[in-house]
Design a protein around this ligand. Sequence first.
Ligand code: ZN
Length: 282
Amino acid sequence: MIFVDQPDIDANDLLDRAARLRTRGAQAQSIPEYLRETVSAEYPHYSASFRPRSDQPLLSLSEAESDTMRDAYERFQRRSAHRRDRARIHETVEPTGSKCPYCGISEATQFDHFAPKKGKCPFPQFAILPTNLVYCCGHCNQLKASASHISLAHLPFLHPYFDREMMAGVELVVDLDVVSGNPTLDVQIRFGTHVPPNIAAIVESHYERLGLLLRLRRACVGELGSSVYVARASRLSIDMALDRHSSIAAAKLKTYGPWYWDACLQAALGTDESFWRQVLTG
Ligand SMILES: [Zn+2]
């Protein structure tokens, strides 16, 4: 939920806000903490109006506020220093980590406008708001750009700043097997019983539109292949392989949180003794 509380807001004001957000965001321990303690400070209505997506649309501006923001964006585009200012906006948004927060697979290299600024259903009023800019990978950015949007209330993707809590109760399940000495795997998402159907629908849509299950499976196969290669080449015992992957899993979970695929995969590898028994002895 993004509100603009000043009718005469301009691009410079947004830049200053973004700079302050970044300073505070860098000190925050987690994205939810960053949102509650920093975004709410810059957007006074934010904390009072924050609800899960099930209750109200993620991004919302009154008609007058939207007009003001569109004007600010148009003025911003006309400025001769446009390019330099745009770079400043991008620099001031706190990146969500080196991995793309949409997929958790690839390295983040570019900015996506979560609510698109152009296309069939554009939202230029959010084009230069820091909270609408997401540092992500090119693959996700491209797939997101080709998706059609009906309205802000129905944006079919998870917003990394606002929607992380939706992943509570959602698990990535990695099914490991060994066929003729070669590791195989399947990846699925599984919803806990307390996940509301409308939340599950958004999560499913996010995974489907970004082709995430297939991309995760491919990424997992690559990771799995290199892990098995190292274990075989180093002639690790089953105990050593388990220890090695348990410690890698612990480090990745700490860094990325439980829903990143590689943390999930490493955790699975680090506890699946039968898997290592088969690849190392079979
Ligand atoms: Zn991505």
